[in-house]
Structure formats: C-alpha cells, structure tokens
Design a protein around this ligand. Structure first.
Ligand code: 4NP
Length: 167
C-alpha cells in the first residue's frame, strides 16, 4: 500500500475525547479490513497532559464498550501536522480555532473539520468536554464518537475510492 490516508483527531487535553475517537475509529477500520490504508493518531491543542495516559474514566468507558485506550499517551498538536496529515477532525469549536490559529498562511483550512459534521444527529456539531462531569458525560461521548465514526468511515471509503477493499 503506497500512501496511507493520514488522520488526526484533536481535542484539548488528548486524554478524553480524541483518544477515544482514535481507538474507536481504528477498530472500525480494522473490522473493515482497511488497516493498511489508514494511519490514525490523536493529539491535544494544549500541553497540559503531554505523556499522560488517557483519563481513567474514559479508559473504563472504552473498555465497557470493547475498546482499549491502554497504549495511549497524550501528545500536543503541532503546526507541521497541518501539512503532513490529510484530515484533521476536531472535537469542538475551540479546538477548531486553536488549530486554525497555527495555520499562519491560511493554507490548510480545508483539511480541518469538526468531527461531528459527519454525525447523523449533530446537535451543535461539538463533542462535549466530559472532563468536569460525571459518568453519563463519558457514555454520551462514547455514543457520539461511535455513531460519528461509522458515518465518517463510510464517507472516507467513498471519498478515497476504497469500497472494493472493504471486507
Ligand atoms: P479532552 O478533555 O480535551 O477531551 O482530553 C480534557 C482533558 C483535560 C482538560 C480539559 C479537557 N484539562 O483542562 O486539563
């Protein structure tokens, strides 16, 4: 496989929402037999949690739903990622502003989109930050990420002509 499609999911801390999106989307890609066609990572716009494991509550939520975040370590989004990734999916509008702020010459805006643009039931197009809330907030994030990842994979398979490779 020559050039995998490079995808980065972005939130604020890279310990809750984007690590979950990475794991869930990766597992769906794997289930579709498309692993070699994608490179999937995540990051945060802040430096708050660099090197940290995913939030314990999010690890538990992922585990309950059949996904593992155990290998995740938080990292920070870098301006160079705007050039080297094909698609950058951000969790909320604040992440969108922060990422676009790094695009000094306004070259890469077309690659940066709100993840929930693909959600069939998008509400306000943002994945709510669960960090300061309770367990329902984490389960709500899981439901959003799960259905949006299905729709997103479907769209990328079409956009990149991968339908014939789906198992
Ligand atoms: P995330 O959640 O952006 O989904 O990883 C957060 C994690 C940590 C903080 C904020 C949001 N924080 O302020 O430390």
């Amino acid at each position: 496989m020559p050039n995998p499609i490079r995808i980065q999911f972005v939130c604020l801390g890279n310990i809750c929402r984007s690590p979950l999106a990475k794991a869930v989307f990766r597992d769906k890609v794997k289930d579709a037999g498309l692993e070699e066609h994608f490179e999937i990572v995540s990051s945060g716009t802040s430096n708050y949690h660099i090197g940290d494991q995913a939030d314990r509550r999010m690890r538990q939520t992922a585990e309950r739903n059949g996904h593992s975040l155990e290998a995740h370590r938080a990292s920070q989004f870098q301006a160079e990622d705007l050039e080297s990734f094909d698609h950058i999916f951000v969790m909320d509008k604040s992440n969108l502003n922060d990422v676009l702020h790094l695009d000094e010459n306004d070259e890469y805006g077309g690659k940066v989109r709100l993840f929930r643009e693909f959600d069939p039931d998008p509400d306000d197009y943002q994945v709510p930050d669960p960090y300061h809330g309770g367990r329902e907030g984490f389960e709500n994030v899981y439901d959003i990420v799960n259905r949006t990842s299905d729709a997103l994979l479907h769209r990328l398979v079409e956009e990149h002509g991968l339908a014939e490779h789906v198992e």
